[in-house]
Design a protein around this ligand. Structure first.
Ligand code: ZN
Length: 205
């Protein structure tokens, strides 16, 4: 599996191109379509995983789905964020209009997209629609839940510290090799276990 990173249009949100055997998944949709097409290259895009609705991650996701002719997988909670400019934190009151290619994940489950196996974990706290994805039992795409030596903000619309605590408890029980976050650098399993311990304590202070 090869993982390439693009930096998005807003707040330096990461977009990942996860490729294997000439197929790829795109994680999040914050980068311009043109740059994403270049990064995808000759790979066939089999699906897009949306970590959560916030505009820095979702602004171009509907364009990607239309262009590549694939589905966007997102938490069932994402609709409320994507269609509400305030909860979306869009630049000028925009909302994500075209949800026709969205497929919603309503529980923690394993899905197959092309040759990829994706374990989906609903992890609210930063936003009610945060979903973390473990791809091929190896790499965790954590969106704005886990960062390298930090966690996502819990002071936004729809944020909830208790939910974040429960989400950290859930993620603590998942085995992965590396964690690819919605912003910043990747981290490894050992670092994230320390990170989760520190922030569970912080959230209950
Ligand atoms: Zn966010």
């Amino acid at each position: 599996m090869e993982i390439n990173k693009l930096i998005g249009q807003f707040l330096e949100a990461n977009v990942y191109i996860v490729s294997k055997d000439n197929e790829c998944l795109i994680v999040d949709g914050g980068a311009f379509l043109y740059d994403t097409i270049k990064a995808v290259g000759k790979n066939k895009v089999v699906g897009i995983l949306l970590t959560h609705g916030h505009y820095d991650h979702s602004c171009h996701v509907a364009e990607y789905a239309k262009f590549f002719g694939c589905k966007v997988y997102a938490s069932a909670e994402a609709v409320k964020t994507l269609t509400d400019a305030k909860a979306l934190y869009s630049e000028h009151g925009e909302t994500i209009e075209d949800l026709s290619r969205f497929e919603y994940i309503d529980e923690d489950k394993t899905i197959k997209i092309g040759s990829f196996t994706i374990e989906c974990f609903h992890c609210p706290g930063h936003s009610p629609c945060c979903e973390c994805y473990l791809v091929d039992g190896e790499n965790l795409f954590s969106g704005d839940v886990l960062f390298d030596k930090s966690i996502g903000r819990t002071d936004l619309i729809g944020s909830n510290k208790e939910d974040m605590y429960k989400s950290l408890c859930k993620l603590e029980n998942i085995k992965f090799s590396h964690c690819y976050s919605g912003h910043g650098e990747k981290s490894d399993y050992a670092m994230q276990m320390k990170n989760i311990t520190v922030f569970k304590r912080f959230l209950t202070r």
